[in-house]
Design a protein around this ligand. Sequence first.
Ligand code: ATP
Ligand code: MG
Length: 595
Amino acid sequence: MTTAPADTAPKPSSNFLRQIVEHDLADGRYAQRRFAGTPGDAAHHAAGPVDAAKIRTRFPPEPNGYLHIGHAKSITLNFGLAAEHGGVCHLRFDDTNPEKEEQEYVDAILDAVKWLGFDWHAGGVSHLYYASSYFDFMYRAAEALIVAGLAYVDEQSADEMRHNRGDFGHAGTDSPFRTRTPAENLARFRAMRAGELADGAAVLRAKLDMASANINLRDPALYRIKHAEHHNTGNAWCIYPMYAYAHPIEDALEGITHSICTLEFEDQRPWYDWLLDTLCTLGLLAQPRPHQYEFARLNVSYVITSKRKLKQLVDEHIVDGWDDPRMPTIVGLRRRGYTPEAIRLLCERAGTSKAGGWTDYASLDAALREDLEGKAARAMAVVDPVRLKLTNWAEVFGSTDFREPCHAPANPHRPELAPRAFSLGSEVWIERDDFAETPPKGFFRLFPGNKVRLKYGVVIECTGCEKDASGAITAVTARVVPDTKSGTPGADAVKVKGTITWVGVHDAIAAELRLYDRLFTEAQPDAGGKDFKAALNPHSKTVASGFVEPSLAGARPDDKFQFERHGYFVADRIDHTAGAPVFNRIAGLKDSWGK
Ligand code: ATP
Ligand code: MG
């Protein structure tokens, strides 16, 4: 794993996939490959021109849930490799399973890919595809395999099939249906398609080798019967291709060169190769055909990336929905305030290799800080407010209602931006823990007799506090030290060890501040099949009623800020309004404040 220095833009580092692509380009492996402009079979592409795209990759989600940070890795990898090498990346919905797929997910996936900054259009052509639009070809290819004596309809029961498959130590046993003639198989397969057989009554299998050491080659299933409506093809089909059969064909029809997947598909590669080589030999698919490469999936600590488990969190109302800011979904990360730049940076830095590993969640926060440090406007906010009364205000400034104008840079890295303006009055909100009646060792903020600076304002000297009948502190009191206004001559004559943030009671904006923390208390909450719900962090969400400075009056949903001392916040993209502001904490600041 290569880590780019924090102060320079990340340069793509080499990895084995980039090397494979570069090697293939140098060799001209795909240079003569034809592409007819749209997906299709061998004849279709043969009639087209040499492909202008040097390579083709694809991101192939199944529309059965929301994308998560692991998918972001696959997206950045596939779109990135294509972009870096004069290629094109397709977005393909792997929608061959009729039951679990929904339009809601399709829309969310399109949105997520776009938001991450990628585009499936190339040269004005949309490369958005649906595996279900290849059902006709898949069926034709299945019949061709049957005719060639390479596939048969198996009518063993599911139990028999499972039993006869054998296991790692034991060879499988041939099905009694394996010796059917091509004519018989064709008739039975057509009966399957015609709806004459019930769900589960038969499957079409490839005829390979029931004794293969690779269980994936023990006559894998190609088609199953499912009388189910499909979101794209309606009731046109009652048989559906298996993923392992469909996926290689989808790649080949689309002219994909490098089919990149995660390591769990490594054992499928011999099958991938067999199927495509066979269909090429039968003249159905164009050559050169795609090749599959596997890399280790992205694992991020304190995060789970299984759609099924994430769905459980939503269904059981453990989180507030797919876009809950604690969710590692793209919609969740977005609502939390993470930027596409930060997510892409994390994915690049996590590296691409065959060796699995864990990426620390802290790297995502680090990437976010790097992105926002130079961009986000600063603001002061008080999360846990207590009133501070400046008891000599009228004496120093002539009137209790006097307001001392203050200015602060919008972002110290962007001097071209207009400074923020707010004002200091006789009462301000400060953080409750900025005051201590009896200061612990090393405490430099407010305690009786101590002087601090109100940031961008004046130096004050603490005189004590007010309490209610129960002894709870209701206000802190202090006196202004005259002639100490920041930016005026002699302001630094009075030395202080502490500076505190504040907002004026007269011009503060009340805001809901949602403070998010990790959803889990364990770094690998679902490792080894553990019950991830046992590791839920009960304090992953805290809602505070605080105040923010008046420069935030114009904040719009999705706007990001650095709240001085507290960290990075975003105006919630769903709930924030000018009348009822809501800010989510994205991540804390690297340096702890208040030294
Ligand atoms: P899940 O296990 O969460 O359901 P999936 O792999 O089944 O995920 P798909 O929709 O099939 O979800 O994934 C689309 C693509 O994203 C696949 O190519 C898959 O390999 C890749 N992908 C999924 N999770 C990760 C991950 N953690 N790291 C890298 N790539 C991933
Ligand atoms: Mg999958």
